[in-house]
Design a protein around this ligand. Structure first.
Ligand code: C2E
Ligand code: MG
Ligand code: MG
Length: 399
């Protein structure tokens, strides 16, 4: 799209707010065609008579038709414009309006908190004019079939890769998250999204997890012998938390490599702890008693609050990459990340931010007081053979 053609409509019942927004937008994006509306009804009338704009800024709290009602009308017209909610409503209201937009299949680009600042408008313009940085190429792969996962297990086609986790207080390397990969004879490299679900479905996830963990412990043993001080984080599928013997099995495996239990962080997704049943609580508590660390993975992808999670024995929370990336462009989301960090400090929990891809992301979480981070900005997951030289480079340049 040529930016000169970009139409931006804004609807707000306060003439002062409209004036401020128009002024800031005009300064930041002089080529945009701006139109203001004092009510949702006016905007809908215009929409019936002209093509939809690329962008609509919507005030939530308007006399007459409020912003939520306007969203409903826009959805009924299958509006394809990108929407920005601009409001002084509390963050939790903005978040639930965000959920509503998703449910209505509207394209919500972000939110701007009132009073509107120059920075918020600058961020918005940058976001609209520079399409989101594409994720590194990730082929969409069909899930592996039962015979494929069985063969992959038998023929050792699965292997661990390692992604660094950095302590933001002093840039030191704390350890690695262990992620699984599969090298398939005809399909090539297969990402976990295409096999974890299959392994779970066919009852093979436990076998795979222990195989992968054993390879990782062997690698860790070598690195510890080389003098590196590292911890590993390992993902556990919810199914593993249904087997009461899990703590003993893990202890046995770590004992056989003489690795202290405190070097292992077990990552469990937020959703697998929802309404946690007695078996899972039993397992989680016994793991902590033995010295393992427990992390909540993918925090920010559902509605849990840290207060609720504090009833469970976790010491670390991993903020999901989608949540972090939204926070870079969406003020309400940024406020929510900041309040999560504040709450975590009060609850004495460590926070790891995932998906840090840029310097802007690093700065945001660093300034917000986050403890640790992980992401392509530091390093993508790497094979075991690369780990030692990567650690040396990191120590030389950044620590
Ligand atoms: P996860 O545990 O949340 O792991 C983080 C994912 O984010 C990894 O994807 C990692 O490669 C990716 N990532 C890291 N930094 C960035 C970044 O800066 N930007 C973006 N866009 N992505 C980044 P991966 O390796 O594809 O794994 C996906 C998920 O599969 C993992 O999410 C985890 O839930 C699951 N998984 C991976 N390995 C295992 C495993 O051995 N067992 C189980 N149960 N699950 C696994
Ligand atoms: Mg994880
Ligand atoms: Mg995660």
């Amino acid at each position: 799209m040529r930016q000169a053609e970009l139409q931006c409509w804004l609807v707000d019942d306060s003439p002062t707010v409209r004036q401020v927004l128009l002024h800031l937008l005009h300064e930041q994006a002089p080529t945009w065609q701006l139109h203001e509306f004092a009510s949702g009804a006016d905007l809908l009338r215009q929409l019936s008579n002209s093509r939809a704009p690329e962008l609509i800024l919507i005030d939530l709290n308007m006399a007459g038709m409020d912003g939520v009602e306007l969203l409903r009308h826009l959805a009924a017209r299958s509006c394809k414009s990108q929407l920005v909610i601009c409001s002084g409503a509390p963050v939790r209201v903005l978040q639930s309006v965000g959920e509503l937009c998703r449910a209505l299949q509207l394209k919500l680009l972000g939110t701007i908190l009132k009073p509107v600042t120059m920075q918020a408008v600058t961020d918005l313009v940058r976001l609209v004019e520079q399409p989101q940085r594409a994720e590194p190429h990730r082929p969409v792969t069909a899930p592996l079939q039962v015979h494929e996962v069985l063969r992959a297990l038998q023929q050792h086609q699965f292997y661990p890769v390692y992604q660094p986790i950095i302590d933001l207080r002093n840039n030191s390397l704390r350890g690695f998250e262990v992620l699984s990969r599969c090298i398939h004879p005809s399909r090539g490299l297969v990402p976990p999204d295409a096999f974890i679900g299959s392994l779970e479905k066919y009852g093979l996830i436990q076998l795979h997890t222990f195989d992968n963990l054993e390879m990782a412990l062997r690698d860790l043993q070598g690195w510890l012998e080389q003098g590196l001080d590292l911890e590993l984080s390992v993902n556990l599928s919810p199914q593993l938390l249904d087997d009461l013997t899990l703590p003993e099995q893990l202890c046995q495996l770590l004992d056989s490599y003489q690795i202290p239990y405190t070097r292992l962080h077990l990552e469990v997704t937020e959703s697998s702890c929802a309404g946690t049943v007695a078996t899972r609580l039993d397992i989680l508590n016994r793991l902590v008693l033995r010295g393992f660390h427990l992390s909540i993975d993918d925090f920010g992808t559902s509605f849990s609050s840290l207060e609720r999670l504090q009833e469970l024995p976790f010491d670390t929370v991993k903020l999901d990459k989608g949540y972090i990336q939204r926070a870079l462009t969406d003020e309400a989301c940024r406020a929510s990340v900041e309040s999560t960090l504040m709450m975590a400090r009060r609850l004495d929990m460590r926070i790891v931010a995932e998906g840090i891809e840029t310097l802007a992301g690093w700065n945001m979480i660093h300034n917000a007081g986050c403890d640790m981070c992980q992401g392509y900005y530091v390093a993508a997951p790497m094979q075991a053979a690369q780990v030692l030289s990567w650690c040396q480079q990191w120590q030389q340049h950044y620590h």
